[in-house]
Design a protein around this ligand. Structure first.
Ligand code: C2E
Ligand code: MG
Ligand code: MG
Ligand code: MG
Length: 285
């Protein structure tokens, strides 16, 4: 670990450069270890999807959910995406993992009889930017699964828009023309939020939780959220507030005309079975 590297550098009385290269080697060997384990995880089926309800503010009905990946180690410990998605992106493994996620979500949608319920899938820029990934095969899978394409919502972040490649935009077009929906995730956190809205036709924006956290206390956040909601309305987009945890936030968001909310106030991400139970209790009879 880096403590040992620091010690080695000090005991040799050499330059910082020595420490720097040591630390880099350690980091890359850690990366390699995780990458190997990620490959095994795919084979051993250690990934799981959980689903977090997205609630319509006007009537409290669950109309959507966001699918979120988890990695269950053989020890039983559960790793969150922040521990492995970046490495999966950097090693290209995100393409295979993303295909697995997509298949899981398709199966899940098949098991939900309500045609008005849609599921959101997060996709990394690296997935669509990879020549190994075929949007056409996703499109075909949706048709084979006999799923209404508008029940699939792809969540992309503003960083996706930095790939101004023909590859990415043509893949997005294939899925949009097929009838799938797109959501701009973590809205307001990138440095090109508005340019993203100009360059692609989204169906939803998700207001990042950092604007929602203090919404009931901070007048500045309130102004920012109102502006985002007004802009979305002007563009004909539906709005989702992320990270809603309190009843005050719900009240304010309703008052301000936000369409949907997602967060611990309603529910943490839950298993597929639990989500279906919640759906059946949410006026979907
Ligand atoms: P995201 O797409 O912005 O997902 C929302 C994150 O906020 C989730 O974290 C969710 O559990 C968390 N969250 C939801 N409600 C609340 C709340 O009320 N308070 C707080 N503090 N947090 C809340 P999670 O599951 O750890 O996912 C983190 C990120 O990992 C996601 O951010 C997404 O960018 C990425 N990710 C997750 N699943 C996938 C996947 O299947 N594929 C890809 N490519 N990325 C994924
Ligand atoms: Mg998301
Ligand atoms: Mg988000
Ligand atoms: Mg986020």
């Amino acid at each position: 670990n880096s403590d040992q590297a620091m010690f080695a550098a000090k005991s040799q009385g050499t330059s910082n450069y020595y420490f720097f290269t040591q630390a880099l080697q350690i980091k890359s060997s850690y990366r390699l270890k995780i990458a190997t384990e990620l490959r095994e995880a795919l084979q051993l089926q250690q990934f799981e999807m959980v689903y977090q309800p997205i609630v319509r503010l006007s009537d409290g009905r669950i109309l959507h959910a966001e699918s979120l990946i988890r990695w269950r180690l053989s020890s039983g410990e559960i790793l969150m995406p922040s521990n492995f998605i970046t490495i999966a992106e950097e090693t290209g493994l995100i393409v295979e993992i993303g295909d697995w996620v997509f298949n899981e979500v398709l199966h899940f949608l098949q098991s939900i009889a309500h045609d008005d319920v849609s599921i959101a899938v997060n996709i990394s820029p690296a997935q669509l930017n990879s020549p190994k990934h075929s949007a056409l095969s996703w499109h075909e899978k949706i048709q084979e699964a006999k799923i209404l394409p508008r029940r699939l919502v792809f969540e992309v972040t503003e960083s996706m828009m930095m790939f101004k490649s023909h590859l990415v935009s043509s893949k997005i077009k294939i899925l949009q023309q097929g009838g799938c929906l797109f959501s701009l995730d973590d809205f307001g956190t990138g440095y090109s939020s508005l340019a993203s809205l100009k360059n692609l036709e989204f169906d939803f924006i998700k207001i990042d939780l950092q604007f929602i956290k203090e919404l009931h206390r901070d007048a500045r956040d309130k102004s920012l959220v109102s502006a985002m909601l007004a802009m979305a309305k002007g563009l004909g987009l539906q709005t989702i507030a992320e990270g809603v945890e309190t009843v005050e936030q719900v009240r304010l968001l309703k008052e301000m005309g936000c369409d949907f909310a997602q967060g611990y106030y309603y529910s943490k991400p839950v298993s597929a079975e639990e989500f279906k139970d919640m759906l059946s209790k949410s006026n979907h009879d």
